[in-house]
Design a protein. Structure first.
Length: 212
């Protein structure tokens, strides 16, 4: 039985090579990518966030834990994004202006791809104008907005308003997510769906596409 705590600890201590090797060993031992995400990667980042808040960790530790997660995720990518699913349509997603957190968004992307979505990753620090331009020019069924910071959450409401003002709101469904967001906030700004994690993101995207 593989001990998922070993991967968790390697991320908390920022050991990149160990995080990568242990993730590979777990996969080889038959642990699924979802089990590794839920049992190691996400709890590790929660713990890192807690330590940061408590003043036990500083920015460099946060950064290296993020990097260790990224290398571990590279190993999970083939399993998560492998698609046997029918084509769902086009989905554009990005992290809002002023925010460079992208680990969660990247997990959402892998899972969407694994479920038949053709995803355009707009990256991080994406301006409201850029989101509107992408919706206007493309034929996306869904626009996903990610925001993790209290200071960047208002960009979600701003983007919703800009879509309305640009006459684009009817053209696309909007999904929002990020650690400090909840269903109540999503309702408040008139988003079509909120996803608490990548698994919910996939289920709700499917429902928005009318394929639940
Ligand atoms: C790693 C990390 C970083 C890394 C990010 C690396 C990267 N490439 O992403 C770095 C070091 C860059 C960083 C920087 C900062 N960070 Co930081 N960071 C974190 C940490 C520890 C983990 C974030 C993470 O990846 N979580 C794991 C993923 C899987 O979760 P997630 O992002 O929530 O995503 C899931 C869901 O939310 C959902 N989801 C996400 N997006 C979307 C989108 C859609 C459409 C849907 C449907 C679903 C969905 O699905 C995802 C997968 O399941 C968190 C703590 C925490 N517990 O979250 C702090 C945290 C977010 N950071 C914080 C802070 C303060 C900062 C800094 C301001 C620090 C500083 N003093 O400079 C800077 C800001 C930089 C900037 N301008 O963006 C605070 C935010 C507090 C707040 N409420 O505003 C947190 C909460 C830490 C804390 N407890 O204080 N950070």
């Amino acid at each position: 039985m593989f001990d998922l705590n070993t991967i968790k600890e390697s991320i908390i201590s920022g050991n990149l090579s160990q995080a990568e090797e242990l993730t590979q060993s777990a996969l080889e031992a038959g642990v699924t990518a979802k089990e590794i995400l839920d049992g190691s990667l996400v709890p590790a980042l929660d713990e890192v966030g807690r330590k940061f808040q408590a003043g036990e960790y500083f920015f460099p530790e946060l950064l290296v834990a993020g990097e260790a997660t990224r290398v571990a995720m590279e190993r999970l990518k083939p399993e998560l994004s492998r698609s046997g699913a029918p084509t769902m349509g086009k989905y554009a997603i990005g992290t809002v202006k002023g925010d460079i957190h992208d680990i969660g968004k990247n997990i959402v992307i892998m899972m969407l791809e694994g479920n038949g979505w053709e995803v355009t990753d707009l990256g991080t620090d994406v301006s409201t104008e850029k989101f509107c331009e992408v919706v206007k020019e493309g034929d996306y069924k869904i626009l996903g907005l990610s925001a993790l910071l209290t200071t960047t959450i208002p960009r979600l409401a701003e983007t919703m308003d800009a879509l309305k003002e640009g006459g684009l709101r009817e053209k696309v469904k909007v999904m929002v997510g990020g650690v400090s967001i909840n269903q109540e906030y999503a309702d408040q700004i008139g988003a079509d769906a909120y996803g608490k994690d990548a698994f919910e993101a996939v289920i709700k995207a499917r429902a928005l596409a009318g394929k639940s």
